[in-house]
Write a protein that binds this ligand. Sequence first.
Ligand SMILES: [Zn+2]
Length: 385
Amino acid sequence: MLRLAKRDFLKLAGLAIAEKLVPSWAWARPAEPTESDRKVIIVTFGGGCRYQETFAPEGLRNIPRLVGLKDDGRFFRNCANDGVLSHYNSTSSIVTGNWQRVDDFGFGWARSPTIFEYFRKATGVRSTDAWAICTNKSFATMGATKVRGYGEGHGANVVLPKQLLLEAVDEVIKRDLDQGVADRENVLRQLEGILNAGYEGIGWTIFRGGRQLDRQVRQTLKRGLVEYIYGPEAPNSGDELTFFVAREVMREFAPRLMLVNFWDMDVAHWGAYSLYLQAITKTDRLCGMLWDEVRANPSYRDKTTLLILPELGRDGDQDTANGFLNHRSGDPSCRDVWMLALGAGLDRGETDRRIAHVDLAPTALGMLGVAPGEMQGNPIPEILI
Ligand SMILES: [Zn+2]
């Protein structure tokens, strides 16, 4: 059978991206962090979900893990998205601290620096300390901007896990393969489910210009991918793949700042309410598993703050097109969501006061000991910094 384990596949995929940014001499294993090394993980409970399917009384059954964790953290009842109600702009506003209004399909960059750039520029940490792992395939530019003095040299490693799979698919499916794949059609079918999930039906080619994998890694992927797909833990959704990559990155690189973008619940655009609810419950489970990893991993335990929030809601049921399908009305069910903070440095409890998505960036930087630049958001005092 095939030689490489799933872990090797992802490890090499991650290495292939990161090694473009750091010289080879920097690849020594990072020193074990000290107790004071604060880490921050921002998780978008993503793709768009309303209060009524989550932390409203009638929605609690969809999110059992977060409900169980809520009392251990600080729950912000009113976390508002006052910006453009699109996926890229919403998430970009979270990581820049300023409401962004840019092209929403991966062609543009935020107009103010990201927390990744502030963090790396101020501290001089290596590129492997900042990552963005994104299910949404249009998020290739989420990790950096074109702002003078900042930019990719200070940005995060951006991993689009589905793109990694796609590149491997090219190798596995479309070229000659002498070994390992007894049933190529079956492999392709399994992959298609992951790769084609999501609403925005724009092609993949526009994202091909990014960081490419080198030939040696591609060869490795050809072998590793197949075992990965056939393995017992093979994911069946983009978000599961994103979780798996995020966990591998945590174990391999222990970054201090990471964005994890879940997105599968945006399947709601297709109109199936049951699939939307299933995606919410799956995201809930993956968030719980991410928290489990934080607590189990000595590089993260007791020094990590996890910030979980929907990047946007969805239209209300009174709207045309059945409410939950879209997120464009701008009414409160689109804008008013919540945030759950877990982990280090928290004053536990609940906050009714209104906070906003742009408050996360200055708060995250404060936890990392970095002064924010000019931001519309303000640090959140309940998250002790
Ligand atoms: Zn959407």
